[in-house]
Design a protein around this ligand. Sequence first.
Ligand SMILES: Nc1ncnc2c1ncn2[C@@H]1O[C@H](COP(=O)(O)OP(=O)(O)O)[C@@H](O)[C@H]1O
Ligand SMILES: [Mg+2]
Length: 261
Amino acid sequence: MTPLLEVRNLHVSYPQGSFWNRKLSPIVQNVSFDVGQGETVGLIGESGSGKSTIARALMGLAPITSGSIHLAGTGTLPRRVQMIFQDPLASLDPCMSIGAQITEVLTVHGIGTPADRPVRTRDLLDRVRLPVDSYDRPAITFSGGQRARIGIARALAASPSLLIADEATAALDVSVQAQILNLLMDLRDDMGLSLLFITHDLAVVRVLCDRAIVLLQGKIVEQGVTQDLFAQPSHSYTRTLLDAYRPLNSSVPSLKTPCHD
Ligand SMILES: Nc1ncnc2c1ncn2[C@@H]1O[C@H](COP(=O)(O)OP(=O)(O)O)[C@@H](O)[C@H]1O
Ligand SMILES: [Mg+2]
């Protein structure tokens, strides 16, 4: 598979401590992985393991101390790597029409002409299967699942090569979550997008991801083809994660509920 994204020996450090006693604290250490064209890769790890920091580094928003990030093709990282978040409303003006806001993204990136931008926006809203009257409605009038779709349309407006979903569906009801995940898979297949799925939900990784990366305290402990990783985890931490997940996946009904951070 042609690599779209190549991350090599990535280190990210944040300054920590008081003003008088500040030191750089390593958050992400020596992380290397690829994401192929049209491939879906899962990034798994407990809360605080550095998943979002890696996502921010890919968008050029984290202090990289060493290592490299290479994206095949032309265009800047901030445009070609787009992120969808758990709370799409946080990055939207709640009262402005979503049509105008998505059109604005096209303008910022110089995509299309002033005349055809609203047409492109309507096409994007249609792609994420929002109702036809959505263009003129403000963000606050949409349900949680529809807001997730708006977040996806907004990310797609920049015509990215890589879409990062950072726990994007974690807060949604299970049935709505399934619809959004299906939509992402369809978009991936239709548009040849690559996806980086950041999640603590191993069931999602198992169903959606071609490959998976396991992160522990800022370091990759294991990565591989999802099926192999689930069948034969080589690291004890991956085994611990899988053991915690198995009861949910067994055919025996279980009263255990998944943990959310
Ligand atoms: N802007 C920041 N400044 C200082 N420390 C940060 C910053 N962002 C994240 N961290 C620290 O980096 C670690 C990893 O955070 P994060 O990447 O958000 O983890 P995850 O997404 O896996 O939960 C945490 O210990 C967090 O406190
Ligand atoms: Mg995070």
